[in-house]
Design a protein around this ligand. Structure first.
Ligand code: C2E
Ligand code: CA
Ligand code: CA
Ligand code: CA
Length: 283
């Protein structure tokens, strides 16, 4: 038994080493990828439930590398372990604003926003606010055209830098969204402490709504409570991961102002005509 134990330790050790080597390779490859134009943003509509119109497009990053389109789960956590995420984040912000400016020009009177995901490290970057103002100015966009999404994990290190940055962004008129609300680390006090405008209710709650007849009533209570609390605090809610008409009916009845999910469309790359991104809810 003892020798087997030793053997499995050796095996475990090899695995760890392999994953450390893999991580290092990905880190090196990521640094080169910005120059090599290997990143791309996909966009998914955030729909105003009352009108069925697109209020914003969420930008979701992809990495074209080694002949594969890698999802963000594969490389964002690795990028987040170093300052590479600052450069990737700056690229994503710039690309999203550039694309939005093109769309707003193409759509007569287009006033959609673009919603960009942030990592914790970007909220510790003292240059972040000027990066945002410079980017908006470069593409002639008002601050109201930009939504920024952060998870509560990004607020865990209670060092006031994030608070200062978010307050500056908020006073500029940028919309601040709490992403994946209700899962993992969650402190309700965050909703008052930080200048938050939008609560994105995590898709796991919406999935658990199921169908009106067969869904979990407890999850209906949770979504209803999050919506009621948000509305009472003057915040807007987005139901994430809406996949069925039944779920849409429920989040509509509950009072969520916005909805997002496969029911309205998958995230699509920008070469698609913009009309594909603003497909109304009825189609
Ligand atoms: P997220 O911000 O919560 O984004 C929503 C995820 O749900 C996306 O996955 C989207 O494709 C997926 N989704 C959309 N509609 C539905 C639906 O109806 N059902 C289900 N089951 N899923 C749906 P994706 O694109 O793989 O992104 C994963 C995560 O990666 C994002 O989660 C976000 O946290 C992160 N991410 C994406 N782009 C960026 C970025 O530019 N910067 C940073 N820091 N993180 C990013
Ligand atoms: Ca998001
Ligand atoms: Ca989310
Ligand atoms: Ca509401």
């Amino acid at each position: 038994a003892k020798s087997r134990g030793t053997g499995s330790y050796a095996f475990f050790d090899d695995q760890l080493r392999a994953s450390a080597v893999e991580q290092l390779k990905v880190t090196t490859d990521l640094t080169e990828s910005l120059d090599d134009h290997e990143f791309e943003l996909y966009y998914q509509s955030i729909i105003d439930v009352a009108t069925g119109e697109t209020a914003a497009f969420e930008a979701l990053i992809r990495w074209h590398h080694d002949g594969i389109v890698h999802p963000p789960e594969y490389f964002i956590p690795i990028a987040e372990s170093s300052d590479i995420i600052i450069d990737i984040g700056r690229w994503a912000l710039g690309r999203a604003c550039e694309q939005l400016a093109q769309w707003r020009n193409a759509i007569d009177g287009g006033n959609q926003a673009v919603s960009v995901n942030l990592s914790a490290r970007q909220l510790r970057d003292v240059d972040f606010v000027s990066t945002v103002t410079d980017t908006l100015a470069a593409y002639g966009l008002p601050a109201s055209a930009l939504w920024l999404e952060l998870t509560e994990t990004a607020l865990i290190d209670d060092d006031d830098i994030a608070l200062t940055i978010l307050e500056q962004l908020s006073s500029l008129g940028v919309t601040i969204c709490i992403d994946d609300f209700g899962i993992g680390y969650s402190a309700l006090g965050n909703l008052n402490k930080y200048p938050i405008d939008v609560v994105k209710i995590d898709k796991s709650f919406i999935a658990a709504l199921g169908t009106q007849d067969e869904g979990d009533p407890k999850h209906h209570v949770l979504v209803t409570s999050i919506e009621a609390m948000s509305t009472a605090l003057g915040l807007i809610t987005v139901a994430e991961g809406v996949e069925s008409a039944d779920q849409l009916e429920q989040v509509k009845a509950i009072g969520c102002q916005f909805a997002q999910g496969w029911l309205f469309g998958m995230p699509l790359p920008m070469m698609q005509p913009w009309t594909d991104h603003v497909r109304p809810a009825s189609q």
